[in-house]
Design a binder for this molecule. Structure first.
Ligand code: PEP
Ligand code: MG
Length: 550
């Protein structure tokens, strides 16, 4: 019998396949007396060798970044110093699991003390420790599964470090117990073009190998679906793809009103797909990926090289660079204040540059150097702007680096309410609906349990978008939406009706957005926006618009 599980839907499609679960890191059992140190030492060596061999095999099967990361991990795992240290401890009476753990802890401390590139490898070491301990204890291997066939990944949640290894050719869909509509996992699923259900409280009840059908649009997981249900979903998928593939080129409404369609870019491995997308450029280049998992900020040369790669891939097109957005859901040890009680309300986004001006200076210098001669039209914007003074100071700093187009993100309700003043001191605005919803509704964006408040169809959020778009239009400034709201085709029509001039979303979402725009006039969009604004709540707004567009 089919069992239905519900959660928050991400993406538009559906996909069916067998479950492969991501096992949790093993908990260390209580220490025990070692009866046979020689046998214990042999087991420790076997666990370490097996983990290294398994990683090397996975590296050989993987491609691109995943292959590189896995090969480097295999080398680390095979380091004889590590096994020797663990064996030494076993010979002194420590049991294998604790000996391995202690050996890794020492290795970790050494790397951290070495700083720089070495310190950045500590998360890899933690992963290796978990794998080796799990192998020794006969527990399932933690981390991404590798069942040897395409699968639906089921996890408690995904960490940024897992994402580089996700192979979109093998993962059919994602189901996670945690996460909200704008959480890291939801953004990742869209970037990979995968249907997903996040915040699915019952995800833990899905077993390895069990067949499931995941519906991204409805937030539904069918466990044990009927063959007819799988066939119906596959046919719907095919029709959806065919519809979307029929329209190409720049975004236009049916009566020719231009709405630039841009891509969000958040990791270097997304670059090739983003550059190949039928898009007018990048609407949100999340530069944090360069800084993540680091003990110190990357230097100017390293940043310049990374930005140049992106700009050159988009020669002749627009690239909107968002300066470092550290803090809260994107913590960085060197940029975030360590002792804040409410990091989402603390020193984050542009505010970090008041605490450490050099961070922003180095980044702007690198962006300017990379932009030179790249042929891309480089715009630069600041995250988490709250008051016009911040936008004015930021714009002055951007222009001082010879970068002519400076903008502000509208993610804080105060900025939306005073968007006219913001638009007077910079060249464009970009609405980050993920954070704007979080701050407008006082609802942590990472909490699946607050999904109703974080729903981008909330009329109060649309009021803030309308206020921003209206104020920007009065000053003749473009205003985009680059939060997850822009990737919902029906909501995108509403946003355009509210006056938004560009939409930026994951590459996998653009075809549907283009098709939706091409099927409606600007006047249709204005009427749809009126319907949504008049609704008493998000669900009514969504259903009123969906009913009207059929
Ligand atoms: C947003 O807040 O809507 C946004 C686009 O920025 P991020 O999701 O990176 O915080
Ligand atoms: Mg944001």
């Amino acid at each position: 019998m089919t069992r239905l599980l519900t959660g928050i839907g991400v993406g538009l499609g559906s996909a069916a396949g067998p479950v492969a679960r991501m096992a949790a890191a093993p908990a260390l059992p209580a220490p025990r007396i070692v009866a046979d140190p020689a046998a214990e030492a042999a087991a420790v060596r076997r666990a370490v060798t097996d983990v290294a061999a398994e990683l090397a095999q996975r590296a050989a099967r993987a491609t691109g970044v995943a292959a590189e990361v896995l090969a480097a991990q295999a080398l680390m795992a095979a380091d004889p110093v590590l096994a020797d240290r663990a064996v030494e401890l076993v010979e002194q009476g420590t049991d294998g699991a604790h000996a391995l753990s202690a050996a890794y802890a020492r290795f970790r401390a050494d790397l951290q003390a070495a700083g720089g590139f070495f310190a950045e490898r500590v998360t890899d070491l933690d992963d290796l420790r978990n794998r080796s301990v799990a192998r020794l204890l006969g527990l399932p291997t933690p981390g991404l599964p590798d069942p040897g066939h395409p699968y639906v990944l089921v996890a408690e949640d995904l960490a940024p470090a897992d994402t580089a290894l996700l192979d979109p050719a093998r993962v059919l869909a994602l189901v996670t117990a945690r996460g909200g509509p704008t959480s890291h996992t939801a953004i990742l699923a869209k970037a990979l073009g995968l249907p997903a259900v996040v915040g699915c409280a019952e995800a833990g009840s899905l077993a390895d190998g069990q067949e499931v059908l995941v519906h991204g649009a409805d937030g539904l997981v069918e466990a044990g679906p009927t063959p007819q249900a799988v066939r119906r979903a596959a046919t719907r998928e095919q029709h959806r793809r065919e519809r979307a593939d029929n329209v190409h080129g720049p975004g236009r409404t049916a009566d020719g009103h231009p709405v630039a369609l841009l891509v969000n870019l958040g990791a270097s491995h997304e670059l090739a797909g983003a550059a190949a997308a039928d898009a007018e450029g990048v609407g949100l280049f999340r530069t944090e990926f360069l800084y993540l998992d680091r003990a110190q900020a990357p230097g100017r040369e390293e940043q310049t090289a990374a930005y140049r790669q992106v700009f050159e891939a988009f020669t002749g097109r627009r690239v909107v660079v968002r300066t470092l957005d550290a803090g809260a859901d994107k913590p960085l040890p060197f940029a975030s204040a360590p002792d804040e009680e409410n990091p989402a309300l603390g020193i984050r986004g542009l505010r970090t540059s008041a605490r450490d001006p050099q961070l922003l200076e180095t980044q702007l210098a690198a962006v300017a150097a990379a932009a030179q001669g790249s042929g891309a039209e480089v715009w630069v914007m600041a995250p988490m702007v709250s008051v016009p003074r911040e936008a004015a100071e930021f714009a002055a700093r951007v222009r001082a680096h010879g970068l002519p187009v400076a903008g502000a993100m509208v993610e804080v309700p105060a900025a939306a309410l005073r968007a006219g003043r913001l638009a007077e001191v910079c060249d464009f605005l970009s609405i980050g609906t993920n954070d704007l919803a979080q701050y407008a509704f006082a609802a942590d964006r990472t909490l699946g349990s607050l999904a109703e408040l974080l729903d981008p169809w909330q009329p109060a959020l649309l009021d803030l978008v309308a206020a921003t778009a209206g104020a920007a239009a009065e000053r003749g400034r473009p205003v985009g939406v680059c939060g997850e709201a822009a990737s919902d085709p029906a909501l995108a029509l509403v946003l355009v009706g509210l006056g938004v001039t560009s939409l930026s979303a994951a590459p996998s979402c653009l075809a549907e957005l283009r098709a939706a725009l091409a099927a409606h006039t600007l006047q249709d969009c204005i009427e749809l926006a009126g319907l949504a604004l008049a609704a008493p709540d998000a669900a009514t707004a969504r259903s009123a618009v969906l009913r009207r567009i059929g």
